[in-house]
Design a protein around this ligand. Sequence first.
Ligand SMILES: NC(=O)c1ccc[n+]([C@@H]2O[C@H](COP(=O)([O-])OP(=O)(O)OC[C@H]3O[C@@H](n4cnc5c(N)ncnc54)[C@H](OP(=O)(O)O)[C@@H]3O)[C@@H](O)[C@H]2O)c1
Length: 329
Amino acid sequence: MKQTVLLAGATGYIGSRVARELLSHNFALLCPVRDRTGRPAQALHELAATSAQGSLDLVEASLQDIQSLDHATEHFNADFVVSCIASRNGGITDSYAVDYQANHNLLRWAIKRNAKHFTLLSAICVQKPRLAFQHAKLKFEAELACSGLSYSSVRATAFFKSLSGQLRRVSEGKPFLMFGDGLLTQCKPIAEDELAQFIRMTLESTALSGVQAIGGPGPAITPLAQAELLAKLTGQPLRTRSVNPKLLLGAAALLSIAARFSKRLADKAEFARIGHYYATESMLHWDTQKQAYDAEATPEFGSITLEDSYRAQLAGADDQGLGDQAVFR
Ligand SMILES: NC(=O)c1ccc[n+]([C@@H]2O[C@H](COP(=O)([O-])OP(=O)(O)OC[C@H]3O[C@@H](n4cnc5c(N)ncnc54)[C@H](OP(=O)(O)O)[C@@H]3O)[C@@H](O)[C@H]2O)c1
């Protein structure tokens, strides 16, 4: 008999890949979405229609409202809950509402419906929290860890998408934009489909319970190395332009003053802080004793490299969305 997964965030970038992965592994999906008529929801239907094994039920519900979720799912139960939801804008209020409150409601739902396991898609950067969305994710993760329910918190490194935003500009001969000398940060990026595979595996193996930091295949790569790789693959000469990350801190400080009078400006200050964070912090394991990032200690999964992804995108594949979440485009 098919096992059922309540998959929240199935209309999102990673959530839609997790949906595809689960459908192709014979799971029945129950997906609460905000808009059942929207294009992403239709794409889920199309995906399910082409799946020989899995099945899909889409229900419209507000995850901020437990009664709405209960009502929309009254005829369903689930063996597992997987949450790939995230604030779409990273603003302060929205991060709390989605990364904490909506996940809190999903956990209540999972416990009430006797789900066996809850898998949360999180981010490796929560290990050094300074941003509103990181605090919201950690608050929920702490709640999940002491809920008594079996769980996995998948703290992923950067997706390829986040490192693909400059592919087009470099192909057009424009310089690669980077912070400082391009050596301030490193990451071991992970392919979206392999992350989805890892998430599916957390439902099948108790060895993947608890907090799971996860990166792609090494070695770790700096922004300068990305510039070199893109120059090689596009046949363009290596051209870089440096941006001082302190500009973002300055912007955050200025906006923070005005933020006292406006939520919108408070969010803008937060976006500048997010930019500065990613400009200066590596997406690798943080060694608290050494107070340093450790590439070797960052777990690796999968075999697809960033170079493979760049090659595929240059050959016309459009799978990475060309960097919706990247700082530079
Ligand atoms: N970008 C990276 O490199 C990276 C690296 C590591 C970890 N992560 C983490 O990965 C996670 C997912 O990222 P993603 O790129 O897949 O996100 P995404 O494409 O923005 O998708 C977000 C999902 O959450 C849903 N959602 C947002 N607000 C909601 C609300 N108020 N109520 C109900 N659902 C809501 C969205 O639904 P709608 O379609 O209705 O908006 C969508 O399904 C995030 O937690 C992020 O921190 C990202």
